[in-house]
Design a protein around this ligand. Structure first.
Ligand code: FAD
Ligand code: FES
Ligand code: MG
Length: 282
């Protein structure tokens, strides 16, 4: 059992939890993730290691409540326990040795991009960060991102904070500024956003990475659930990724695959919310 030692509400739908998991904390590196189960019969969900402390023996996760399991997780309190917490999984991120990096985090991708930006910044790289969300209330980690970025640009789809528009609008002038060479771009967010960034940077020939979020089950390369086509080859995101060359990813296939269980996810959420309202068994 894994204890929730800290819980912070970042916005109406975004929460941060620090989980006591000393064995995971001892090995976790930026770019990796964990898979947890809230309770014994619950489903397994992957979440990025947002931070880790060997001294405290803890892993920090930041998640957006979008469906049944993330809502159930968000309903837990400090002192409660998770039944499983497996990791660290996935390949640690490779850091460029020097240069200028642009990090683009959209919506649910702001949480997973934060530890990557922090690692770039700690390694002495110049990091220009762009974060965006549908509306100001969903924009999380602004202060944390500012603290580890050389520049921070903000946008919202509805104009309630920062630039009124999309992360791609803010990326474009950086791509066009030939006086400042970009060595690497990393984008994390919803699939349509990562796909747009990949197409936007392709003509410029700038190395562009994305951290993919396909459906995962075991997280160890055995179930095949997280398979993606990258450069014409089948890869398993959980062991070969989750970070891949954006220009090589077959986004059309990934988008189709990620929609496989939409009906079941909707039913599971409705059932969970009904049970919560009735105070019944979850
Ligand atoms: P559901 O209603 O069941 O699903 C909503 C959507 O989430 C689905 O349509 C699907 O696209 C996705 N999803 C559902 N089940 C899974 C699954 N088992 N594996 C992967 N995706 C799934 N989210 C965060 O908020 N913070 C993070 O740091 C974060 N890191 C991630 C790291 C990796 C490597 C991956 C693959 C995903 C990450 N996610 C993260 C996404 C997170 O796993 C999903 O939001 C979560 O599983 C949704 O579960 P649910 O039951 O609440 O929603
Ligand atoms: Fe099963 Fe990757 S999650 S192979
Ligand atoms: Mg689910």
């Amino acid at each position: 059992m894994f204890k929730i030692v800290t819980k912070r509400v970042l916005s109406a739908v975004n929460k941060l939890m620090e989980i006591e998991a000393p064995l995971v904390a001892r090995k976790a590196r930026p770019g990796q993730f964990i898979i947890l189960r809230v309770r014994e019969n619950g489903e397994r969900i992957p979440l990025t290691v947002a931070d880790s402390s060997k001294e405290r023996g803890t892993i920090t996760i930041i998640f957006q409540e979008i469906g049944k399991t993330t809502k159930e997780l968000g309903s837990l309190q400090e002192g409660d326990y998770l039944s499983d917490f497996v990791g660290p999984l996935g390949r640690p991120m490779e850091l460029p040795s020097s240069g200028r990096v642009v990090a683009v985090g959209g919506g649910v991708g702001i949480a997973p991009i934060y530890p990557k930006v922090k690692a770039f910044y700690d390694a002495g790289l110049e990091v220009i960060s762009i974060i965006g969300a549908r509306t100001a209330d969903l924009l999380i980690l602004e202060d944390e991102m500012r603290a580890v970025s050389s520049e921070l640009h903000i946008c919202t789809d509805d104009g309630t904070k920062g630039h009124h528009g999309f992360v791609s609008d803010l990326l474009q002038p950086l791509l066009d500024d030939t006086s400042k060479k970009i060595d690497e771009i990393i984008a994390v967010g919803p699939l349509p956003m990562m796909r747009v960034v990949a197409e936007q940077t392709r003509p410029y020939g700038v190395k562009t990475l994305v951290s993919l979020n396909p459906i995962m089950v075991d997280g160890t390369g055995m179930c095949g659930c997280c398979r993606v086509t990258v450069g014409g080859e089948t890869k398993f995101s959980c062991v070969d990724g989750p970070v891949f060359d954006a220009h090589q990813v077959d986004f059309a296939e990934l988008t189709r695959r990620s929609r496989t269980y939409l009906d079941k996810e909707k039913i599971a959420l409705e059932k969970f919310e009904h049970e919560c309202r009735c105070g019944g068994e979850k």
